[in-house]
Design a protein. Structure first.
Length: 216
């Protein structure tokens, strides 16, 4: 197999991973999505809490899951079980890893773009491969989310976690009351949309480069 093709495939695999990580990271950091859902899903009314109290507890969770956030999670209004604590620690490890990958990917793309701007010839077929794979992944995940959200949600947890600590009880981990399935569904939709937007951007850049060089 051509060495250049192997390199492009390797880059594409990393790029697809990066696109997913970037999409998840943006969704995590986009707190207005949850703020809107507090009203849309009647979270405050269903938990007998004020809008501000719900928002404060959610912000505490997000602060814990970002780079540079607190090392320990302490909700203002909720207790946690040992299993709940372990689950949130595992979630944080995953989210932090995704944020690191996102930063590295962004820096590498900036370096790659700078090299091309200077007129040096570098391979860019990886963008086409990335778009194809990312589109296939988003199509499969999107269909699963739309057809059977509960199944998709359960499978996602089984893939990323090796225990059932993610199955919260409102008695031992009451924070679950402010994290309804509807919110996670909206997060899933946003992630898919962000993946598609990045695919469109990559295809636009790829076609521009292809037309300019006319050599692929």
């Amino acid at each position: 197999m051509n060495k250049n093709l192997i390199l492009n495939i390797a880059v594409a695999v990393f790029a697809v991973t990066a696109i997913i990580c970037i999409s998840v990271t943006i969704t995590i950091l986009f707190r207005p999505l949850y703020y809107m859902d507090i009203d849309y899903l009647n979270i405050a009314d269903n938990t007998d809490m004020s809008y501000e109290d719900v928002k404060l507890n959610y912000d505490t969770l997000i602060d814990y899951n970002v780079i540079g956030g607190p090392s320990k999670l302490r909700f203002p209004d909720f207790n946690m079980s040992i299993q709940g604590k372990i689950h949130f620690e595992e979630v944080k490890d995953i989210f932090i890893s995704m944020q690191v990958i996102s930063i590295i990917a962004a820096l590498l793309f900036i370096i790659w773009a700078a090299i091309n701007i200077k007129g040096k010839r570098t391979s860019y077929i990886w963008m086409k491969l990335t778009a194809i794979v990312a589109a296939a992944v988003s199509a499969v995940v999107g269909c699963a989310v739309v057809i059977d959200w509960n199944w998709a949600f359960t499978m996602m947890h089984k893939i990323f976690f090796r225990n059932d600590y993610w199955i919260f009880s409102e008695v031992t981990d009451p924070v679950i009351k402010i994290l309804p399935d509807g919110f996670f569904f909206h997060c899933g939709i946003m992630i898919i949309v962000l993946i598609l937007l990045q695919i469109v951007a990559l295809q636009f850049i790829y076609r521009r480069l292809k037309n300019e060089r006319n050599d692929i």
